[in-house]
Design a protein around this ligand. Sequence first.
Ligand code: A3P
Length: 385
Amino acid sequence: MDLSVIRKSQLIPFRGVPLPNYFLKNMEKVGEFEADKTDVLIATYPKAGTTWMQEIVDCVLHGGDVRQCEQSPIHYRSPFLEASYPGIRTGLELLAEIPSPKPIKTHLPFQLIPTSFLQKQCKIIYCARNAKDNVVSSFHFDRMSKLKPDPGPWEEFLQKFLTGNVMYGLWHDHVKGWWEQRGNFPILYMFYEDMKEVKTGVGGHNVSDPLTHTHCRSTLPGQAGSGLDIPHAPSSTISGRTYSHCIRKLWNTPSLPNWPVLLLTKSKSASLFHCPVSQQDPRREIKRVAEFLGKELGSKELDTIVAHTSFNAMKLNPMTNHSNVPLDVLDQRISSFMRKGIVGDWKTHFTVAQNQMFEEDYCRRMVGSTLRFRTELSPGDNCLQ
Ligand code: A3P
């Protein structure tokens, strides 16, 4: 690595998407990248939990043998497809060195990913994070990254985020673009908030619908194995229907997995639904990843992956915490790469006025989409480990 050539990048539109100027001359080659059909693409908007998902996928691909994932830093085990910075080996160069199956990281919007991933029906995991926490995390990362454009003060960065004048453009377009393709290709669409949530015993699940501000809450004793994604179902469409019926209608996807059929009843409060939900926790979400990748993991292996990929473990692990990246590239004295890892940190950054402006813009941009995010978890649900 030649540190003397490290400079902050400028954003230049590539087919309408702002990318670092350094990436541009490499993008043609990226488009021609020949994925192996066993490769797993991990796609995210930056700072949505990419590293977390990369580590989980790598552990799953190694059948839960986490020692195999301790051999080298995550950016070597799961290269960043389109990365091309001066003085640093490109993502394509790193990819050429490791055998398949391999987890490949990208932040590209759906329309820019190499067609080989789609032609070969490669498995793709998209991990999304609510916009408010996503912009906060991006702000702190850009403060310490010597490769990304200067974020300026928080207020200014928030404006840039809302106008899409940031790397990879508008968050809203990115998350929606991938969401709309999930029925057309083997795409597992995951949510950072679902991975953060921990439930024990009888639990509640608060859901805020950003468009209607409807508050839904699902409760009932955890019934192992009946895992459902209730937070993404708008309350108005599920009343009195079987869950699978509603989900199928809602997602309009013929190839949904075998969701258990459950009768939902509506309480007097008009927004209270009762249905069996399994424990919502990283274990369940990691299991979903493993099942999607066709890997059968035993209970012990799953537990090992849960522990290995917890925030605290990854913060301490030099193979995931980027401590081996020189300070000239990522100055972690300014902000830690493994910063807070929680849902709802936006509340310590947004003013009331900023929140209102953000939500108005959000509703406008997300109108018509069935995509739902949670910007907070119920007290006790935020896994701080
Ligand atoms: P914060 O800045 O909010 O702490 P990415 O990998 O896409 O760059 O995302 C980084 C964000 O994911 C950071 O968020 C980081 O702390 C969080 N993160 C990384 N590993 C995590 C884990 N194991 N559990 C929870 N959050 C994690």
